[in-house]
Design a binder for this molecule. Structure first.
Ligand SMILES: [Zn+2]
Length: 231
């Protein structure tokens, strides 16, 4: 194998290792807690708390209504029981009953409003719980896929690293030095030659250079300095 071809293959391993590394980093960023799930959980907890508070309000409104009903009954029993004959006392009692009934009616209106809000909050909690379950299921299967993909990438990387090591052992050290320096400077160190043109800089090569490159020796493009490789 010519040194140019060796270096070209080395570069292919290196470029693949780079993209492997990038893919692994991207996955690492996607693994772990989901911000969306955390946000929905927080909203759900707040709505559940709101619902509990409404339930307490409803309960206490019902107790107050029951209490008023008992007091209405007690006062009406006195009013219609016949034991009280004094007209002024009866008038006071009637007034008290009317007042209690007014208060109870107001409480009942309030209780109905609370009931509407309880219904709404209950529906909200159900919707959010469904949403949370859906997101969690989606997230779990996504995490599983990502973990599997990460394992694939890791095994591909170790395979590539081994092949690269074998390749490196076969290439003369001076050529490797030139290659590594060019990689650092330009990203791609070895450029293909196609139709007499260096694909690294897209400039047509003089025929002397082209001939030298054809020999497979380490020849560098006179325009961009990259190592030329003719397939
Ligand atoms: Zn060039």
């Amino acid at each position: 194998m010519s040194v140019a071809k060796q270096l070209y293959q080395l570069q292919e391993f290196d470029l693949e290792l780079e993209s492997n590394e990038q893919a692994q980093q991207k996955i690492a960023g996607q693994l772990g807690e989901s911000k969306e799930i955390a946000r929905v959980k927080e909203k759900l907890a707040a709505e559940q708390q709101h619902l509990e508070e409404l339930n307490r309000q409803q309960q206490s409104a019902e107790w107050e209504i029951d209490d008023l009903t008992v007091r209405v009954k007690t006062s009406e029993d006195k009013l219609y029981g016949g034991a009280i004959k004094n007209p002024k006392e009866l008038a006071n009692l009637q007034h008290e009953v009317d007042e209690l009934k007014d208060r109870r009616a107001q409480k009942e209106d309030g209780a109905l409003e609370i009931m509407d809000r309880v219904e709404l909050a209950t529906a909200n909690v159900a919707t959010m719980s469904d949403e949370l379950r859906r997101l969690e299921a989606e997230w779990q299967s996504q995490q599983k896929e990502l973990s599997a993909r990460l394992e694939q990438l890791k095994s591909a990387r170790s395979d590539l690293t081994n092949k690269r090591e074998l390749m490196l052992a076969e290439i003369e050290p001076q050529a490797i030095e030139v290659y590594l320096e060019l990689r650092k400077q330009k990203g791609t160190a070895v450029a293909r030659v196609e139709q007499g043109t260096c694909r690294g800089c897209q400039i047509a090569l003089p025929s002397m250079e082209l001939q030298q490159a054809r020999s497979g020796n380490l020849v560098r493009c006179s325009s961009c300095g990259r190592i030329l490789f003719l397939a």
